[in-house]
Design a protein around this ligand. Sequence first.
Ligand SMILES: Cc1ncc(COP(=O)(O)O)c(C=O)c1O
Length: 289
Amino acid sequence: MKSVHKDWILFNGSIVNTKEKEPMISLEERGLQFGDGVYEVFRLYDGKPHLLDLHLDRFFRSMEEIELEPPFSKEELISQLQQLIEKNQFKEDGNVYIQISRGVQPRNHLFELNLQPTYYANIVPFPRPTSLIENGIKATAAEDIRWHRCHIKSLNLLPNIMIKNKIAKEGYYEAILVRNGIVTEGCHSNFFIVKNGTLITHPANQFILYGITRHHVISLAKQLNIPVEERQFSLQEVYEAEECFFTATPIEIVPVTQIGKDWYQTEEQRVIKKLQAAYKESVYTANIK
Ligand SMILES: Cc1ncc(COP(=O)(O)O)c(C=O)c1O
């Protein structure tokens, strides 16, 4: 089996070497049967976690939303993740993936109380995708066919996967999702437009994931005196925008150069460039939390 993650993983509280022994997960694990669980992805730059507190707060909120009782405190989890990084002697740029699912029981929609959750975390080396960041990507509009609890970082990503695979066949990297005429976000990233110099993005409610990169970009924009509006907007407003971009932990800030056959980047991406420079600076600033 081809795997790209580092050999040592965190598995149910222990650091184990997957080269020596692949961890066993029961066929009746609810994560496997129902996608009954949540996950998180955070970045390591030079082996150091970036915005870890915010990511773990969201992880705990996601667990609370699905009534999954974590088998660790936040401090215990931080210590286990630190051991994971140290055991792998990881000092590069990478992504840490962590998922937790409800546990094992005979298949039944009704979950039993007091199950022992299953969780693991691994590190995937991932340099900053400078080509995407510098050259941008093509996007296209697509119907947002997801559920009404998009703020939960659930393991159930089937709608996102279906949309992503459809648009990829058409040559696009990301979708601009539209629900009832309102632009929400992408399949795996948040979406922003710049109109008359103002940064506009969908409000943080149940129709989008509260992206940590989104949050960070909004605070950087405020520091740079770029006006920010968190409000609903239509596809028409996107076509009237000067600049558009996606944000997500692995890809940071990625400009959109084209939307279907309806919009092409014509301007110089002044705001995006400012934000990207501020983001990069924040990444390699020591002790950022
Ligand atoms: C649907 C969706 N929106 C937004 C994001 C971006 O979130 P973050 O910036 O926390 O990585 C993701 C990331 O996985 C996502 O899946």
